[in-house]
Each structure stands twice: as C-alpha cells, then as structure tokens.
Design a protein around this ligand. Sequence first.
Ligand code: 1CP
Length: 356
Amino acid sequence: TPAAQSGQRPRGAAYDSVFLRAARNEPVPHTPVWFMRQAGRSLPEYLKVREGIPMLDSCMRPDLVKEITLQPVRRHKVDAAIFFSDIVVPLKAVGIDVEIKAGVGPVIADPIRTEADLQRLRPLEPDDMPYITEAVGLLVAELGATPLIGFAGAPFTLASYLVEGGPSKSYENTKAMMYGAPELWAGLVDRLAQITSAFLKIQIEAGASAVQLFDSWAGALAPDEYRRSVLPASTKVFDAVAPYGVPRIHFGVNTGELLGLMGQAGADIVGVDWRVPLDEAANRVGPGKGLQGNLDPAVLYAPTHVVETKAREVLHAAQALGGSHHIFNLGHGVMPSMDPDALTRLVAFVHEASAR
Ligand code: 1CP
C-alpha cells in the first residue's frame, strides 16, 4: 500500500497510549502491562462464549474474536489487547489440514518431511484471511485508545508443528531435517517467513498497532544453530514489516542464550522469560532495544504479598533500562488454572508501583 511504501501510517487513536509510548522509549506515567494468553483460557466468560465451538472455527468468526479479545481488557484493565487467534491460523488459510485438539494443541494431519510435502505449503495472499481483516477492524474501532497487538508464529516454531505433526518436547524430526537436510529446511523456513510476514501485514494494514513474533520453542537450539538455521528467516519477517513503523516484539521461552540474536533479528523489544533477570537481559540484548517481561507465571499461585514483592523485583531490575522501554509481562502465558482476580490485582499493582 502507499502508506507502507512511504513508511508512514496514519497515527491511530492508540498512538499516545502508555504501551506504545513505552515501546518507542518515550517517557511514560507508569510501566505498561499486558499478558500473553490473556485472551481466553483462564476466564469463565471465555469458556462460556467458546462452548461447543472448535478453537479454529472461533478464530474465523469476527464477532467472537472481538468479544474474546476484549474480555481481559475489560476485566483486568491491561494496557494492550492481544488479538485472539492462533499461530496456526495462517497455515490453515493456505490449505494445511490442521486442527487444535483440546488439551493438546495444534495437530497436523500430514506432517511436512520431504521436498514433495513442502510443495503443499503455498504463499499466503493478502486476501486469504478476510475474517482477520474484519475482526481487527471491529476491534480497533471498539478499543479506541487501547492498542491492539497483532502476532504470528516465527518460522522455527511453526516448522516444529508442521514437521512433528503436533506439540513436541524434543523436536527430533524438526532437528533431523535441520541438521540432515539443510536445503529442505531452508526452503521450509523461507516459505514460513513469507506466510508469517503476510499474516502480520494483514493485521497491521487492518489497524494493529504493534506486533509480536512468537518463537516460543527456539530455546531448544544452541546459539550457533539458531544463527545458521533460524535467524535468516526470522530476520526476513522483521524486515518485511519494518516499513510500517509499528513496534516489533520478539518472544521465546528458555531463550536466555539467544537474547542477543533475537534482538539482532530486527526486534525493537525482546521478550524475556523468568530465567534471566532483566538487568542481565539488557546486557545480552544490548543498547537501544526495549525489554518485555518477566515475572514467573507460577508466582501468581502464591499469596498476594509475594506476587507484589516479586513484581517489584522485576520493576527494579528494569530500571537498568533507564525507566521507559520496559513492558511488564509474565515470562510466558497465563495458565488456564490461574485465578483471574490475581491477574487483575497484579495489573493495578504494576501501575501503582511504577507510577512516576
Ligand atoms: O480451546 C482453547 O481454549 C484452546 C487453547 C488455545 C488458545 C486460547 C490455543 C491452543 N491457542 C489459543 C489462543 C492463542 N494462541 C493466542 C491468543 C491470544 C492470547 O495470547 O491471549 C495466542 C497469542 C496464541 C499463540 C500460540 N499458539 C503460541 C505462542 C505463544 C506461546 O504460548 O508460547 C503457541 C506455541 C501456540 C500453539 C498452541 N495453540 C494452542 C495450544 C495449547 C498451543 C501450544 C501447544 C504446545 O504446547 O505445543
């Protein structure tokens, strides 16, 4: 579009929100906070509207996507909404037979293991996901000054589902391809970089004002292997959305050893799980980038005063960043069994304790 080509997007109603100001490293009245997996799973109102509707069907219904995305914003007063969808939705849009099984996760009917399999993975076209464009449009209109974060799965994490056929702990088939058939692997992550870039562009064009790339399982890789086999594809994704000028967040779990490389891929903000303190993460990521995180999600099961002590420690470590440039989050997603009220209290606490 002309806006993307000129590098200029109209400034939406959320432009001056605390979340987007912090993401741009501008002064903020308090640290912004949102949660991964805030949309769904732990909320009774979510379970109610989802009753009897398969996960991927719900992602294709703009009315439901809008309602589910708004639920945690209403309840917790978080500083940003995360779009309700899933990383495998664009794979379904290009014709991959994928289903999300309750209590399991994404399951792929015919895993991709050979060059012939790879040919089934066609590019994602801008008009392939009209339901996403519609849902984002409805949401942005309703959210007003609250920003909407769009997202996608990074090439490695998507590849792990496509090659294994479902969730995995050891990624043996994925790594067998990566080590043993490097050209096939390169072709796979290259196609996924295109699909992921196109999915992010669809969300940004429809009004999402930040994006997060989830490379949730990249922590399974040694830094050298990440640099050789994953970084080029993820870099392509960040480059593809750079012209829009929206903040780009890069997140993974168990990625302490990869934080520097994940920043290098082109992120403006690097997500940190709870295993590395934020001041140390800042050293690894280097100057000029923001950090997001990094309270251990399991802390939410402890009494309120403990949650608050631990949250204060995160805010304190973030001061190594010079005040702004920190977005408070958990080190990974909200767990289904968490008490939603503990999350609501945590949001209020972060706002209060970081007020300046
Ligand atoms: O029926 C249900 O409620 C299914 C549970 C569920 C939900 C609510 C799944 C299955 N996905 C989602 C939504 C979802 N997935 C969102 C919505 C917005 C929000 O965060 O609130 C997002 C951002 C995702 C992204 C996602 N899906 C990731 C990356 C984030 C992360 O947690 O690291 C991954 C790895 C997936 C795959 C996936 N989808 C669903 C599950 C249970 C899983 C993980 C399976 C596994 O362990 O491998």
